[in-house]
Design a protein around this ligand. Sequence first.
Ligand SMILES: *Cc1c(COP(=O)(O)O)cnc(C)c1O
Length: 404
Amino acid sequence: MSKNENEKSWRLATQLVRGGTLRSGFGETSEAIFMTSGFRYDSAEAAEARFKNELPGFVYSRFGNPTVEMFEQRMTLLEGAEAARATASGMAAVNAALMCQLKAGDEVVCAQAVFGSIRYIMEELLPRFGVKAVLVDGTDLSAWERAVTPKTRIVFLETPANPTLEVIDLPAVAAIAHKHGARVVVDNVFATPVLQKPLQLGADIVVYSATKHIDGQGRCLGGVILGSQDFVTNELTPYLRHTGPALSPFNAWVMLKGLETLELRVARMTESAARIADALAGHPGLAAPTNVPALLYPGRSDHPQAALVRKQMAGGGNMIAFRPKGVKAGAFRLLNALKLVDISNNLGDSKSLITHPATTTHQRLSAEERARLGIGDDLVRLSVGLEDPQDLIDDLSHALEKAG
Ligand SMILES: *Cc1c(COP(=O)(O)O)cnc(C)c1O
């Protein structure tokens, strides 16, 4: 196995293509898929030494695997973290990042607008183990101030949030958390590692669903957790090793290939999303604006937190939320009239995808709770892909006309 020692000093594009590559004796150019569950030892003594961590080397693919390690190392470089561990899905990453450091009696403070399954962990799972989760309006700094106490172990947030695209002031929330000795865990899926670096903004731990932009071509589930070497070695790794949400080497290889084009894809998607948002913003098929515009895109100057977006993100990303006329029926008419954009709850794919969160990703929440979060029956969430943006504008404007 050979490895490049200079990779930390490479620039982003080089790290994305070459970072973490471990070459076998065959000298392959592309990363190899080490599709093996176990590893053999030259002697009984060597096996003993490897288990005691006295000799370097792999032991079992639940603990580590060369292809998975290449993906972890490339993510570490991209994020500017000290260490990373990959998981079988984004939710496995969120769950492990929380469970590996929580115990009965702890408290978690979580932004209320997060991915639906994260709400399940906060509201259903953690209380069963004596961990109290307090949900707050993530955009309200005084709410964070009130909720975070010395009992708070973890502060969890997602920015921009799914599906409302509200943006949370990361340095400000991190300062509140750190004042009380809590750690900040950020789900950075919507921003992508290209457009936002939570660790530089005060976060302690970053999690991704690699299923989204990192694969970016709709093929594999995967996740990753990044943080300090101490956290990864002493808290996260034992948890993963003994509970087993390991990423398949094949999926890690797909993710490695995805990373090679991540920057190009995110840049192109962001460019297209900005164009589409501008083209649709004044469309007569949109509902009347309330206290927020009927179309929300973090890259537009009418986003309620446009100044904050400029401060902590390098671009608006590829996600757009908007409200067609006609409430739920209008939203359904819009979805059903689309000929190019697919109805699907996935995101970050090269194919543009649209979803109606109230009846899919967030249907578990009560109508009142959804209303509180701004997930109305009329809200649709668009993930802009890599098609020609003009074809997408044509498809969406035509469907918006049908919706109203
Ligand atoms: C998709 C998603 C997850 C969960 O990831 P999976 O890979 O589907 O398990 C978590 N957080 C956000 C923001 C997501 O979009």
